[in-house]
Structure formats: structure tokens, C-alpha cells
Design a protein around this ligand. Structure first.
Ligand code: MLT
Ligand code: MN
Ligand code: ZN
Length: 291
């Protein structure tokens, strides 16, 4: 299985257009909003999430180039982990594509039919197949397992539909290789250790390095108080994800959905050194992983 990291930043991307914080002005490599593409055979690809940057992401990836017919595309569809705007706005950018499949939790499909009526809008441009996810399902030679993560709703949602509102996906190929994609974790969920036990590669929520990053000394004025409300497990600290990673050696650990305040965006930082020392990494957009 091939896993292509199309984007690795949180909502807003890096740098963020209206931000002049220390990190956004440091001249570090830019990152687009998080999205991966997966493929069993390199011929058909599925996106996990569809970021507003999807057009640039697809055009930057030779594997996703259109063809061989004039309107053929290797992009078959998308699996959504949640209904957040940074994970769904890209579907509107894909409206020229006919016959895409979109898999999502029922609550997410409900939001995309009501509070953010993307299903109705896109359906006026082409016929898409919107599918509520069962616990497991096949996609073109790969097997998908759904892991319910949380009931965290996007800010714009008024719907009271039953969750889960956020899920993670484990994708397994016939040879047994597997990747877990979990870009939105509030805490380390119960049962997550078991899910990842036999995974080859885990791509994890790396939004924030520290629990108080958006209110700390170096980031005054970028949104104090907003971090806790956003609900993302920090990398560092006793309740952070890095401490959990240490319990699972022998896998490839990747952080994605990096917020523009995260010091690990700087590969020369002490914080990124710590991530590397723990056996994890935060590769740039465009990285291809073979599982
Ligand atoms: C999140 O990851 O918490 C959301 O995407 C925040 C946002 O972009 O509004
Ligand atoms: Mn997000
Ligand atoms: Zn910034």
C-alpha cells in the first residue's frame, strides 16, 4: 500500500494567511492542510479528508495526475474522519469529478446535508455516492476499519445527531501492512493502543506540541483560551502522545495536522529533536510512504 502525505498542517495551513507569529514569519517550509491519499496498487487512490488545498495538492502529486482518458482521474473518492471545514471544504473543489465515493460517519453526512449543505450543492454538479461507514468495509483491494474517536463537533454544527463525530481509520492491505490515520484526537482514546498494536505506520494528531502553546510566552496574541476548546492532545507532557508512542516501538510514527504555533515545524528546534529521539517524525507535504 502506498500512503501519500498531501498536506500536514492544521486548519489555516502553515504559514497562516493572517498570522505574523514567530513560527509563521520564520521562513520555514510551508505546509498545506492535512490530507493523505492511499492506494493498494498505485492506480486508484482514495483521499482521507479533502482539505481546501486539495487542488494544489493533487496538481503537485504526479501519482494523482489525470489520465489516461481526457477526463479520467486516479482519485476514486474520499473517506472523512470528521466534518471540520479543513477536512471537508475540498469536496467542493472536486465538484468537476463525476462518480466519486464519499465515506463518512452518519453524523458527518447529516451535517453535510444540513448545517453545511455540501451534499446538495455538489450533487448539482455531478452524481456522487455518499456512504455512511459501517464498522469495516473494503475499498479497491484495501480493508478499512473504523475507530470511533469522539463526539467533538465542528463549531458551525447545530445538528444534534448522535456521534461519533470524529473517527480514525485503519487501512490494511492484503499483505497485512496497515496504516492508522488519526488527525483529530482530544485525548488518547480507550482502545487506541489495541487498534495500533499491529499497525505498520500511525499518522497522528500533532496539532500542538505543548498543552498551553497558544497562550504561552512566545505566542501571546494568537488565541489564548482557544487551544483547550479546539480539543487536540498535545505531543509533550505527561498526558501527551509522545509518552504513549514510547510504549509501541518498531512502528513508523508520523505527526500531522500541525498548528502554525507548533515549534516542531522547525526541524532544528529542541522540540523536534525530542520527537525524533522518541521515534516519531513530522515529514513535509509530498512524502510517500510504502507500507
Ligand atoms: C480543529 O482541528 O480543531 C478544527 O479544524 C479547527 C478549525 O479549523 O476551525
Ligand atoms: Mn482541524
Ligand atoms: Zn502563526
Amino acid at each position: 500500500m502506498q500512503v501519500l502525505l498531501l498536506g500536514t498542517a492544521a486548519g489555516g495551513g502553515f504559514p497562516q494567511w493572517n498570522c505574523a507569529c514567530r513560527m509563521c514569519t520564520a521562513g520555514l517550509p510551508a505546509r498545506t492542510q492535512d490530507c493523505v491519499a492511499i492506494s493498494a496498487d498505485g492506480a486508484g487512490w482514495y483521499l482521507i479528508n479533502a482539505s481546501p488545498d486539495i487542488r494544489t495538492q493533487i496538481l503537485s502529486a504526479p501519482a494523482l495526475a489525470a489520465g489516461p482518458g481526457p477526463r479520467d482521474t486516479p482519485v476514486r473518492g474520499a473517506l472523512l474522519t470528521d466534518a471540520e471545514l479543513d477536512h471537508t471544504l475540498g469536496l467542493a473543489m472536486l465538484r468537476e469529478g463525476a462518480g466519486l465515493q464519499v465515506w463518512a460517519p452518519p453524523a458527518v453526512l447529516h451535517a453535510l446535508g444540513t448545517d453545511f449543505p455540501l451534499q446538495g450543492i455538489v450533487s448539482r454538479y455531478g452524481s456522487w455516492d455518499w456512504r455512511p461507514i459501517p464498522e469495516t468495509f473494503p475499498i479497491d483491494g484495501l480493508s478499512v476499519t473504523v475507530f470511533p474517536v469522539s463526539g467533538k463537533k465542528p463549531k458551525y454544527v447545530r445538528s444534534t445527531a448522535d456521534g461519533p463525530w470524529v473517527v480514525a481509520y485503519k487501512i490494511t492491505d492484503p499483505s497485512g501492512g496497515s496504516v492508522v490515520y488519526a488527525p483529530c484526537l482530544k485525548t488518547w482514546p480507550d482502545g487506541f493502543d489495541e487498534l495500533i498494536e499491529d499497525a505498520t505506520c500511525v499518522i497522528l494528531d500533532g496539532t500542538f506540541y505543548s498543552p498551553d502553546e497558544m497562550s504561552g510566552a512566545t505566542n501571546k496574541g494568537v488565541g489564548s483560551g482557544a487551544q483547550r476548546a479546539m480539543g487536540h492532545i498535545p505531543i509533550a507532557g505527561p498526558d501527551g502522545s509522545l509518552a504513549r508512542i514510547a510504549r509501541h516501538p518498531g512502528k513508523r510514527w508520523i505527526y500531522t495536522h500541525l498548528n502554525n504555533t507548533n515549534p516542531i515545524l522547525d526541524p532544528a528546534s529542541r522540540e523536534y529533536e525530542e520527537v525524533l529521539a522518541a521515534g516519531a517524525e513530522a515529514p513535509l507535504d509530498g512524502t510517500l510512504i510504502t507500507v
